[in-house]
Design a protein around this ligand. Structure first.
Ligand code: IMP
Ligand code: MG
Length: 178
């Protein structure tokens, strides 16, 4: 499919599934190499957006890891509200762990800052960020984004877990609205 309609908007294809797979493989290789000699990392996947990315990423790691989920929300429609809501919190022991946050997309950086602060306050030994997409031009944060799988401009995209008002997560390719 080259075009999809979600609610009131049209989206056209931007990144095919094969390109996404390549980027996920590359980032999984980096993470495996960086954590191979350390303690087993704890992956904390931020729901809902990262569910597909995280599932593909962990299957490409060649090191052992623990996996947990938190649920945060900051977006309504095509823009960030600037506030982050914690809908489901971390339910495992983070103290002393090397944590890797897995996010679908880092935009203004408000959500990732919230997650970093939360995990550090729970006593994580280290916290790094892995995100499928990074929008450098929109990013206002001061935290290093350690593992951006792909960088994009100030576009609004859906597919591969990302949604427009809860629709579009199911698509294997990435679509953009103009
Ligand atoms: P931030 O807090 O502004 O960095 O926004 C991060 C969150 O907003 C992500 O976890 C997504 O849920 C959502 N988001 C940001 N940009 C997009 C986009 O282009 N498409 C879909 N969701 C997005
Ligand atoms: Mg998200």
């Amino acid at each position: 499919m080259d075009k999809i309609t979600l609610h009131d908007r049209e989206f056209e294809i931007m990144i095919p599934a094969e390109k996404i797979e390549e980027a996920v493989t590359n980032v999984a290789t980096k993470i495996s190499n960086d954590y191979r000699d350390g303690e087993r990392p704890l992956i904390v996947s931020i729901l809902n957006g990262s569910f597909i990315f995280c599932a593909d990423l962990v299957r490409k790691l060649d090191i052992l890891c623990d996996i947990s989920f938190v649920k945060l929300a900051s977006y309504e429609g095509c823009s960030s509200t600037g506030r982050v809501k914690e809908l489901v919190g971390v339910n495992c022991d983070v103290k002393g762990r090397d944590v890797i946050i897995v996010e679908d997309i880092v935009d203004s950086g408000v959500s990732i800052k919230f997650a970093l602060t939360m995990l550090r306050s729970m006593g994580a030994k280290s916290v790094r960020v892995c995100t499928l997409f990074f929008k450098p031009a929109a990013y206002k944060g001061d935290e290093v984004i350690d593992y951006p799988a792909m960088e994009i401009g100030n576009d609004f995209i859906v597919g591969y877990g990302l949604d427009y008002n809860e629709l579009g997560r199911q698509f294997k390719d990435i679509y953009v609205t103009r």
